[in-house]
Design a protein around this ligand. Structure first.
Ligand code: HGY
Ligand code: MN
Ligand code: MN
Length: 414
């Protein structure tokens, strides 16, 4: 990069470091689940920053925070932002950097060009990770796009079984008003996000233009056998759900390997009940996260997983429940927005890759109601969903400069 950037890396780093205080976990981690006290404090801090940047601020019915810069023409809103919640624990950049990027980009545009033709809005989306409510499934953008059913308010429950409606009331939100969060006036949503993988670092580049976001499915598998003594019962007399889980877990991961990149499958959570060292478990519960961006291949991956799970349970005489907790379609980026990203990067002399996203994002929900496009910035060691997550301030600033140029093209140009 040769040209001076319009975004100051030190200002980016300051905002990241400050926001990470809310839910700080160890030296560099963040533990900030939706509607927690640290979530509320982080949204309050962002509201102050939005206000200081000259934006009018409001919180919607599910707790998304919006900062708005009025436009002279008043038509189709150009929005940018990302999610404020984190994994348990997560890092300082996943989601947070996208909100800070939107704030600094819009602040720069307002200071440099004044009011836009189309309204510009920065949004801090309330929940993306499902890290408190396993079936929340991008609760903030789900509400904005009208994908929250009234039944969800009691069916979506946290890991202790508490309905999301009760938790929302606890932070002063009225779950009966969720429908008011729906937006019909958005023309485009642009999300800057950390790459969370290794390809930008492999290419030694700061920024990528995202071609599309993968489709994914989260399964919850429950295998029930029979609790027995770990020593007195011979192996051939057991109904051991852990043996079934071991065969299934190895099998589904093998399915993804055999299908080849970009198919992925992850077992991130597993629990044995009652969980005694000397007890053959009665039940084993585990999750399967399966993803692929291409519809036919994705269907094939899901088919292979589901037939394997059923075959192993039946053969081992184990009772099976197989629930789908999250099922989200892929979202190709809008070609015109991708072209605008490319022109913006070229104008700033910032070399870019074009990459698909293996991670899920709010943008794939927003794509159901407006044009969307994403930008990635480099993740050190390709790491994310860990306190070790890190993005160099100059890489972040380069991405935000491209974001600002794209937002300028969308909101200021004729
Ligand atoms: O799992 C995902 O891809 C997202 O980070 N929640
Ligand atoms: Mn994440
Ligand atoms: Mn994220």
């Amino acid at each position: 990069m040769t040209r001076a950037l319009p975004i100051d890396p030190a200002e980016v780093a300051w905002h990241v470091e400050r926001l990470a205080h809310f839910g700080a976990h160890g030296a560099t981690g963040v533990w900030r689940t939706v509607y927690s006290p640290e979530w509320t404090a982080a949204q309050q801090q962002l509201a102050e920053w939005f206000q200081a940047a000259g934006l009018s601020v409001r919180q919607d019915a599910v707790g998304n925070l919006w900062g708005r810069l009025e436009g002279s023409a008043g038509c189709g809103v150009i929005a940018t932002g990302s999610h404020v919640d984190s994994q348990r624990p997560g890092g300082q950049y996943d989601g947070a950097l996208g909100i800070i990027a939107g704030l600094l980009a819009v602040k720069h545009l307002r200071q440099t060009y004044g009011s836009p033709r189309r309204p510009l809005e920065v949004v801090s989306l309330c929940e993306e990770e499902s890290s408190r409510f396993p079936t929340a499934a991008y609760w903030g953008s789900r509400a904005i796009t009208g994908q929250v059913r009234p039944a969800d308010l009691t069916e979506v429950r946290d890991f202790d079984g508490v309905p999301i409606a009760d938790v929302m009331r606890g932070v002063g939100l009225d779950p009966d008003r969720v429908a008011e969060a729906v937006r019909h006036d958005l023309d485009a949503f642009i999300e800057l996000h950390i790459e969370q993988g290794p390809f930008l670092e492999d290419a030694n580049l700061p920024v990528a233009i995202v071609s599309g976001i993968t489709g994914m499915r989260h399964y919850l598998v429950t295998l029930t056998g029979r609790a027995d003594h770990a020593g007195a019962v011979p192996m051939d007399r057991r109904l051991d759900p852990m043996a079934g889980a071991a065969e299934i877990i190895s099998g589904v991961i093998g399915n993804a390997f055999r299908l080849g990149r970009p198919a992925v499958t992850t077992v991130g959570q597993i629990r044995a009940e009652p969980g005694g060292r000397a007890i053959v478990p009665d039940r084993v519960i585990f999750t399967v996260d399966a993803r692929h961006p291409v519809p036919e291949q994705r269907a094939e991956l899901y088919r292979q997983h589901e037939s394997l799970i059923r075959e192993v349970a039946a053969r081992r005489g184990l009772r099976l429940t197989l629930e789908i907790m999250l099922d989200i379609d892929p979202a190709p980026s809008d070609p015109a927005i991708m072209a605008l990203h490319e022109a913006s990067a070229r104008g700033l002399e910032i070399p870019c890759l074009v990459l698909p996203s293996g991670a899920g994002h709010d943008s794939q929900r927003m794509a159901t109601i407006c044009r969307t496009g994403m930008l990635f910035v480099q993740s050190r060691d390709g790491r994310s969903h860990t306190p070790d997550e890190y993005t160099a301030p100059e890489h972040a600033a380069a991405g935000i400069a491209v974001l600002a140029a794209t937002l300028h093209g969308l909101a200021y140009d004729e």
